[in-house]
Design a protein around this ligand. Structure first.
Ligand code: GLC
Length: 474
């Protein structure tokens, strides 16, 4: 029997374009699905993507999409990367920009139009070839579900994944006619959201299934605290909502085979060499002191305020701290000041994949004080590289990080240090626990060894997605 065709759409995919965890998922999950499905991963061909490096070429498809009263030129490109087939949508308005969505912390004003084109192009692809399933990720491709509602002749079934409910793609209602969407959809049951148009609602309302990236987040978003205003709407559609825990690409995140490490490793001895190399490279001293790292976007979600509030006290302990990330300017200034004031705090501003791998390899602890976390991937990477995560126990961090107090060497899960409240006090308490745990070498080493041997690959979760696709397209 031939495999069913799957269109997997996302606005960013590693290694072509990445601003967050979505890109890693959109890279690794399709890879794990190719055994059971004939997959096309589709994303915009942003100007920043290196066409030469990945041998991205036109595939001979050029067409116009009409949206509202305008028509937009679209050209399809393609390449194969790590045995996965990629399709890129090129349209000048969508692609010719410095940033994917806009400069840090503002979106381009015409993002509704830009991603509207992307959605119409996806629809055109579904018209051109028969896909059994379209897996749509986040608001940037959510409109497809609604557009399909108007095209009963296309039999593609849709699954929509919420990676982060805090980004919904809401725009002024005037955009409706430019998007070519009938007024009849502008209702509470449709895409109206406090007088605006919400892309996210289009998919929650009209997709055949909705998933999010961990079982706990799937429950949390039904509450006012985490629902970002959509909790009632999600509750109304809860029958088609499930939470499936993300995995990581264990070929890419593998300390044994990681080519950016000076010394790839599979045990604690090898890890210590990486720690020593890293400390030297950033002029931190004290191989026997625990190294805490923070890697991530500087946004409120990631618990930046807690990090900033606790840093002076953490820095007062016998430890080193290294921070890597970019994002909101005010956080950057605060962290810079702290790094300046404390000799044992190192700060690198910017997104840097190579540097991040070296930090995971060097770290004894990873800090993740996120206020909310749909899944989080950093804690899984930390497990694989033998850094113990210190997390605010919320969302996917509940599903993936077990408390070390209940350490069980036979457990399937990884163990870390968890705190229940997103407060300075609770985080400090967890940091103190980490200092103690680090002194208990026997337990600390047992935990690290255990975590490094756990399976965080996509194997199991990809099977859940594949079964879901099968059920939907039966
Ligand atoms: C978003 C979420 C993160 C999740 C990732 C991939 O970035 O904030 O928690 O792991 O998407 O699904």
């Amino acid at each position: 029997m031939s495999k069913k065709r799957l269109l997997f759409a996302a606005s960013e995919v590693y290694p072509f374009a990445k601003t967050g965890g979505l890109a890693d998922v959109a890279h690794a999950l399709p890879k794990a699905l190719t055994e059971r499905f004939d997959v096309d991963v589709v994303m915009p061909l942003y100007q920043s993507i290196d066409r030469e490096q990945y041998a991205i070429r036109p595939i001979g498809e050029k067409f116009e999409v009409s949206m509202g009263n305008a028509a937009y030129e679209v050209q399809l490109f393609g390449c194969t990367y790590q045995e996965v087939r990629y399709r890129f949508v090129y349209s000048p308005l969508l692609c010719e920009r410095e940033f994917l969505y806009g400069p840090p912390h503002s979106g381009y004003e015409d993002n509704a139009l830009r991603f509207g084109i992307f959605n119409y192009a996806l629809l055109a692809m579904m018209q051109m070839s028969e896909y059994a399933i379209a897996h749509l990720n986040d608001w940037q491709c959510a409109l497809v579900a609604l557009l399909l509602h108007e095209r009963p002749e296309i039999h593609t079934r849709t699954l929509f994944t919420i990676h982060n409910l805090a980004y919904q793609g809401t725009f002024p209602s005037e955009i409706l006619s430019d998007l070519g969407i009938d007024e009849k959809y502008f209702t509470m049951e449709g895409i109206e959201f406090y007088g605006q148009v919400s892309f996210m609602k289009a998919a929650i309302a009209y997709a055949d299934a909705v998933t999010t990236v961990s079982p706990t987040y799937a429950k949390e978003i039904l509450t006012e605290e985490f629902g970002c205003g959509l909790e009632g709407f999600l509750r109304a559609h809860r029958k088609k909502l499930v939470g499936i825990l993300n995995g990581i690409d264990t070929e890419h995140f593998s300390p044994q085979n990681d080519t950016v490490l000076l010394t790839p490793y599979s045990d604690l001895k090898g890890k210590r060499i990486n720690k020593s190399d890293y400390l030297k490279s950033v002029s931190l001293k004290g191989i026997n002191k625990p190294l805490f790292v923070f890697i991530g976007r500087f946004t409120g979600q990631k618990g930046m305020q807690i990090l900033i509030d606790t840093l002076p006290k953490l820095a007062g302990l016998e430890c080193n701290v290294a921070i890597l990330g970019e994002g909101e300017e005010s956080y950057r200034e605060e962290v810079e000041k702290l790094a300046h004031a404390h000799r044992n705090v190192y700060f690198h501003f910017g997104y840097d994949e190579v540097q991040s791998h070296r930090m995971y390899a060097a770290a004894d602890f990873l800090l993740m004080p996120s206020l909310f976390e749909p899944c989080g991937l950093n804690q899984l990477i930390a497990f694989a590289y033998g850094a113990v995560p210190i997390v605010h126990h919320v969302g996917g961090l509940i599903d993936s990080v077990k408390r070390f107090e209940k350490f069980d060497p036979d457990a399937k899960n990884g163990f870390g240090i968890a705190f229940e409240r997103p407060s300075e006090r609770a985080c400090l308490h967890a940091m103190a626990k980490a200092m103690d745990l680090y002194q208990d070498k026997k337990l600390y080493n047992a935990i690290v060894k255990h975590n490094m041997n756990c399976d965080f690959s996509w194997t199991e979760s990809a099977k859940v997605y594949a079964d879901l696709y099968d059920t939907l397209s039966r």
